[in-house]
Structure formats: structure tokens, C-alpha cells
Design a protein around this ligand. Sequence first.
Ligand code: NDP
Length: 311
Amino acid sequence: MINQKEKVIIIGSGAAGLSAAIYAARANLEPLVIEGIQPGGQLTITTDVENYPGYADVVQGPWMMEQMRLQAKKVGARIISDIVTSVEFNKNKKIINLDSNKVFESQTVIVATGAQAKWLGLKSESDFNGKGVSACATCDGFFYKNKEVAVIGGGNTAVEEALYLSNICSKVTLIHRRNELRAEKILQKRLFERNNISIIWNNIVSEIKGNESGVNSIQLTSVDSDRTEIVNVEGVFVAIGHSPSTQAFEGVLDMDNEGYIIAQNPGTTFTNVDGVFAAGDCVDKIYRQAVTAAGMGCMAALDAEKWLQNY
Ligand code: NDP
């Protein structure tokens, strides 16, 4: 039984979802946002934001998302708290099953469910999150100007983060659990050429240490023996991958082998299902910025609006 019928349902309430909501509401589409498990998305777990255009002074991530939410509501979006458990999509009918056992039907759907950074899983890592531990060098690197930092991981993200940080920080130590990197060779070449980057191979971070002012060191444990060592750093950038939050759409929307939704035509937000659009970090594994997610949310609302004109 269908509990509610809508024109536009937006799944997710991060920068992509709320930007889509603002545009769809202003186009009189009366969107309904299902805000999901982490209202406001990844920005609600960051602190200072100083790269989102429009604010000359630093703003706080949670505050910025609250403003985005208020803006979406002010222009007419409705926001409910629920979790999408499964969907049944086809060209003519889009059914959304919710954790509350409600079932919604919508003419169009915008998927903006975002992604989650993967974490090491240490207690000290979550204790120092935002106080020396970060998963985004572009967001937080500037706070470690002329300081020593560590980057954890061996993929493209880790190497790109290390290169980015090496332009800001006095020293970057890349810590990888194996003796070879997964990152592309061209990135590796740049990494090895950088004077202020050193690499510690075959080690994992077993503890992050610090005090009330933040992180001051990390303890490494060798993967070959129980040997431990302490490296003094003020910032720890965990770059061991991201996972898109797309489980509810498996088998329905086309995804790559990592679970990112595939946009059908580059430069649009169309998915393989007519009338279903996707925006933000659930589609984008390259840029992953609040401003790019917001831009894609806007695009999805415009694509949905145009699609509805022929509905
Ligand atoms: P990847 O999955 O490629 O790499 C993750 C890295 O983290 C691996 O080196 C892995 O080690 C390591 N790792 C995973 N879990 C742990 C753990 N628990 N402890 C320690 N180390 C761990 O993720 P990325 O985010 O780097 O990249 C994701 C995708 O995005 C890739 O397809 C990548 O190519 C793409 N990308 C592309 C970019 C570009 O084109 N410019 C930029 C950034 C990403 P191990 O190697 O041993 O498995």
C-alpha cells in the first residue's frame, strides 16, 4: 500500500541533497527530502570550513548544513527523518520502502546518499576526530601549515593527499601497510620526488596519541613483527578509501565495482532508470567536495524539472 505520492523525492540531506531541494522547491516541485542516517551528511562531522565560497570567515560544518537545511525549508522543501531500505524503480513508477514501514511513490527521485570515509577503527582515532585526525586534506590541510603530519594509505587518495599536504606542511610521512603502493605510477613518481615526504612501509597505525590540544604523535606497529615506533605528528590524515552509501539501490541502479552510481551521460545526473537522478559523493569519487556536491545537486534538480515537463 502506498502511503504518500510525490513529484520529487530526494534521498539524502548533505550538500547535494539540500541543494537539489532548494532548486526543486524554487521550481515549485514541492520536493520531499528523506534525510537518512546522518542528517546534513559528512560536513556535520567536520569542524572548520573555509573553502566553501560565500563565507569570508571560517564557518563550522554543522552550522553550514543547518543553514542549508533552513534555506531548503524556507523555500518550501519538506524534510522527514527516515531511512530508505529498498527501492523498486522503473520508468513509470518509483517506489521507496522506508525503515518506518511506510511506502512512498514518486514521479522522480534524486539519489544523494553520499559516501563515508573509511576509518581505521581505533578508539583514539574517533577521540581525536576533528582535533588532529581528518579524512580530507583539501578541507583541513591548511590548519597544519608548517607542521608535521602523517597520511595513512597507499592508494591514489593517500598519495594525492600527501602531495597536497607537502605544499603546506613542513614534513609529510606516508604510512602504508605493504611495501608497494596501489596508486598510479605517475602519482608515485611525484611522491618519490618530493623532498619533504618520507614513506614508512609495512606498518600500521596502532594508536593515535595526544592531549587536550590535539594529536602529538602516532604509534606504528610493524606488520612483520611486533616492533613499534613513535612518530611525532600533529595531524593524521586517514586516506584508506571511501564507501558510497548506495546499498539500497544495488541491482536497481547501475554502479561501478566499488558501488558508485554511474551517471549515464557525463555532465548530467541521469542514471540508468528514466526519472531517477544521482548527485554528490554517491556518484563522484574524484572531487568529493561540498561545493561540487552542491553543484551536482543543483544539476539533478534541473534535470528532474526538465524530465517532469514531459511526464
Ligand atoms: P583505494 O581503495 O584505492 O586505496 C586504499 C588504500 O588504503 C590502499 O592502499 C589500502 O592498502 C589502504 N588501506 C585500506 N584499508 C586499510 C587499513 N585498514 N589500514 C591501513 N591501510 C588500509 O582507495 P582510494 O581512496 O585511494 O581510491 C578510491 C578510488 O578512487 C580508486 O579507484 C582510485 O583510483 C580513485 N581515485 C582517483 C583519483 C584520481 O583519478 N585522481 C584520486 C583519488 C581516488 P592496500 O593497498 O594494502 O590494499
